[in-house]
Design a protein around this ligand. Structure first.
Ligand code: ATR
Length: 276
């Protein structure tokens, strides 16, 4: 029997931790599988996925910049991927391609279980209104926070997200779109979903709004600039998105293999690597 093949596809993908994470899950749950990395050319996502399927591959994780293309590629979507308009997990079953989005579940598991945060009733401030925000907004709103303010340089993008989600959550949660200069209250939980850590940029938020807040940076490693910024400016605590990475991977593994791996050991090992 050939070994079941999985991979992460992205551009760039060289530094992806997904192979390391999934191989540890496979060892822990005694599953026999291979998990690799595929660097697709920016205009070559569909060709790469078609080839992987033709070669008998079982599933793919999809990362930047292909999540929206993956959403368009699939035959069927689960509910979270439908609302996120982005897919991070593909599963090839009986000739069909199924699309899932485990990013929101990953964020919630990390925030609620690992970091012991209560989202229900809290004031949440999200920095950024791109794909990363869209991917997690549905699961976050389902926790019934008191308010969610989406702050973005390009306010119209935040306003579009608010308009799209307000229909479902009207009356349950105050949803606002803001420019950085218009933020006017302290949040309980601040989530960085911008890509600003990738370049050498400064956080455009007045630090007074994060004083005493729990700050979460969806980036990790050298890109977790918001985490370092928040730690130096009065946040109650500031963590990076390494735990979210592990949790979204666990949810993908469960979709493929029907078994939910334990995440604490894998997280602890990565933590040693990244949090000295
Ligand atoms: P992703 O899929 O990672 O969310 P994206 O869709 O390109 O990527 O969105 C990037 C987000 O980071 C956007 O909200 C972007 O703000 P704009 O929409 O105003 O461009 C935000 N972003 C990127 N660099 C930033 C910076 N230096 N300061 C503040 N926000 C930044």
């Amino acid at each position: 029997m050939p070994i079941d093949q999985y991979a992460v596809v992205g551009h760039p993908v060289a530094h992806s931790l997904s192979p390391q994470i999934h191989q540890q899950f496979a060892a822990q749950t005694k599953q026999t599988l291979d998990y690799g990395k595929i660097e697709a050319p920016v205009d070559g996502f569909v060709a790469v996925v078609d080839q992987f399927r033709a070669d008998g591959g079982c599933g793919l994780n999809v990362t930047v910049p292909f999540k929206a293309q993956a959403w368009r590629y699939v035959d069927r979507l689960d509910e979270l991927a439908t609302s996120a308009q982005a897919v991070n997990t593909l599963s090839f079953r009986d000739g069909d391609c199924l699309g899932f989005n485990t990013d929101g579940l990953g964020l919630l598991a990390d925030l609620k279980v690992r970091h012991q945060q209560t989202i229900g009733g809290s004031k949440v401030l999200i920095l950024g209104a791109g794909g990363a925000t869209q991917g997690v907004l549905g699961p976050l709103l389902s926790e019934q926070p008191a308010s969610v303010s989406i702050v973005n340089r390009t306010v119209s993008k935040a306003a579009d997200l608010v308009a799209a989600w307000r229909r479902n959550f009207a009356g349950k949660c105050v949803l606002k779109a803001l420019a950085y200069a218009d933020v006017d209250e302290k949040a309980d939980i601040v989530i960085n979903a911008t890509s600003m850590g990738l370049a050498n940029q400064t956080v455009p938020l007045d630090p007074v709004w994060i004083e005493g807040a729990f700050c979460y940076d969806m980036s990790y490693g050298a890109n977790a600039k918001f985490m370092s910024w928040a730690r130096q400016r009065g946040a109650k605590a500031a963590v990076d998105g390494l735990g979210m990475l592990v949790e979204q991977a666990a949810a993908a593994f469960n979709i493929w293999r029907g078994i939910m791996p334990q995440t604490d050991d894998v997280y602890a090992r990565l933590s040693q690597q990244f949090h000295q």
